[in-house]
Ligand binder design. Structure first.
Ligand code: MG
Ligand code: FE
Length: 173
């Protein structure tokens, strides 16, 4: 059985718009976390780096959408819709507590990883090499962020528990 190309293409465009909304959401959440952190300099630095990456990812996604002939004027509505669906999740991520924040960041990175793997598969089916390549390079940044968190979350927990005994307010940030 053959893929119906116009149908597949519309789905690819939808998923790219979802990914764009996801990156806008990521930027908001990461900036919130970065702005609060005081006692976790390494986490803060890595988050600052990922904010830059995230902004560039959103830019590259807009480029892919346009390159495929998609409309980018509706992206804002798309972002609003995505944020509404993710509200519980992002509320928890925005919580004023570093251990929860890093846990949700780690989960969020894995959602991004799944999204880009799917986008790569769809782009390859359609022979959209450039979109597949862009998504592959974004995927690598998400994997790097997820593995950084994987390797550093135990330090965050340790620092949190050290501070919690002395100054519970400070421990959160
Ligand atoms: Mg991202
Ligand atoms: Fe990410």
């Amino acid at each position: 059985m053959e893929h119906d190309r116009p149908v597949a293409r519309e789905h690819l465009l939808d998923w790219l718009r979802d990914a764009h909304a996801m990156e806008e959401q990521a930027e908001t959440m990461l900036k919130g976390m970065e702005g609060r952190l005081e006692h976790y300099p390494e986490l803060r630095t890595r988050i600052a780096q990922h904010i830059q990456e995230t902004q560039h990812q959103a830019e590259r996604l807009r480029f892919c959408i346009q390159d495929l002939g998609g409309d980018i004027s509706l992206l804002k509505d798309w972002t609003g819709k995505f944020m509404a669906t993710m509200q519980g999740f992002s509320g928890a991520m925005a919580s004023d507590e570093v251990v929860k924040g890093s846990m949700f960041s780690y989960a969020f990175e894995h959602m991004e990883i799944a999204a880009y793997r799917n986008l790569i598969a769809a782009a390859q089916i359609l022979g959209e090499t450039q979109t597949a390549q862009v998504c592959q390079s974004i995927l690598e940044e998400e994997i790097a962020m997820a593995s950084w968190l994987e390797n550093n979350m135990s330090n965050v927990v340790s620092q949190f528990l050290l501070l919690a005994g002395r100054d519970p307010g400070a421990a959160k940030r």
